[in-house]
Design a protein around this ligand. Sequence first.
Ligand SMILES: O=C(O)CCC(=O)C(=O)O
Length: 308
Amino acid sequence: MSPGGAAAHRVPSAPCELDDRLVRYDRPLLVDPAVQASLRRSGFHVYGPLLDGRQIARLRTIADEFLERLTEPWGDAFLTVGRVQDAALRADTTARAGEVVLPALRPLFVDDARLRGSALQIKPPSPTSELNCHQDSSLVDERSWLGIYAWVALHDSGPRNGGLHVLPGSHRLGCWQRTLNVPWQLARFGEVMADLSVPLEVPAGSLVLFDAATVHSSPPNRSDRMRLAVNSFVTHADAPMLHFFRDDRTPPGRVEAYEIDDSFFSDDDIMVRPGPQHRYLGEWDQHVIEWTPDEFERLCRQAIEEAE
Ligand SMILES: O=C(O)CCC(=O)C(=O)O
């Protein structure tokens, strides 16, 4: 059936509980079982050095060249290459950064992992460069498939220059239909999430792995120079890549599901309904979260305790 065809549909809220089972961790994605176990427990893992000085310098140069070619207004907010409108610039910069990062990441993952990347993240020194708490796009069906973001600092990174903060254990909150085109179910809990998040100190060249469902954020960069990072995505090669979408043509209580390929990110406008080149999988029940703020805070505190 085409989008918009079904009748209005009332979906009950997801139960107020953490995902204890985390089925997506049953299959190894990381070569080292201890790293996979750490990620399963906490939702993130600070891996340590990945890139050497030469590789870091190369990536900084790619970022400089990207900024020289960028014609879109940018202001002084956080900027990720993955979101710029110029598809050719986006694809070229991502591919060049990937040539440096992906070979370094590759040995950490099992043979049948697929690595996608790598989006440069640019945080200028400015009071408005913060990123509020969020979860990244799920990109796979997290009820069965594991998706991991691999974030590498290209400068020493900490709270003063807008480094990464994470909410430990938040990958167990079960909010799995995440794209820029579906209202984020946890948005109204922003203050609680920010209060409970913890800052990470990450030296230049070091890697943070995080479950795509882990809530994270970064405060404004209050230093006097730009802070760079690069982010890649890893999942199993046979995991279908998913995109969820809804607008006012989508019946209440539903999301449209699409199977996409890499061209979606390199060639398409990711803010509009995917075109016919992407397989339409139908309308799925929306995963609705109607917990109270108290219930949410209780769950987060339990998640943090169990992440230790
Ligand atoms: O580099 C940062 O400041 C954070 C990046 C981030 O949150 C993201 O890419 O989702």
